[in-house]
Write a protein of this length. Structure first.
Length: 151
């Protein structure tokens, strides 16, 4: 079953159950997917694929994490809690992200396979990781880890 179908099914379930904690976020997700589909039609694509939807979901999480930082600084706990709930709902549709240790291990393997020896090779390492593990890695962590390993 496609990711889009899973999200739509979950939205229908939440609407039937009148779950006000979940369905507003699911509506936002469906809306973002439809926006991307409209944009892709102008480029000649007929349907949006799961990797594109995963990218949309990651972007939504990144936006919410940025909002969380602002709300923490401003002391707006009720808004912070709302953003955190949205992040949790969005995360249910993403593949499990690797933890810090697993990420470091994969980064070390990529550095060895590419033969990277300095910061000049960071682009090669990142390209290697994106080609194999794009959906399971948090690239903000990856960047920090690679810089630490190459220095």
């Amino acid at each position: 079953m496609s990711l889009k179908k899973q999200i739509e099914d979950k939205l229908n379930e939440a609407l039937k159950a009148k779950d006000k904690n979940i369905y507003p976020t699911l509506r936002l997700i469906v809306s973002a997917i439809k926006d991307a589909e409209i944009a892709s039609r102008s480029k000649g694509q007929k349907e949006i694929k799961d990797p594109d939807i995963t990218g949309i979901l990651k972007k939504m999480i990144k936006q919410r994490n940025e909002s969380c930082e602002v709300y923490k600084k401003a002391g707006r706990t009720e808004l912070l809690e709302n953003e955190t709930k949205e992040i949790n709902v969005i995360n249910t549709f993403l593949p499990k992200q690797l933890n810090e240790q697993e990420t470091k291990k994969i980064c070390e393997e990529a550095i060895k396979s590419v033969g990277a020896s300095s910061m000049k090779d960071m682009g090669k390492v990142m390209a290697e990781l994106k080609s194999k593990h794009a959906d399971r890695l948090d690239f903000s962590k990856v960047s920090r880890i690679i810089k630490g390993l190459l220095n």
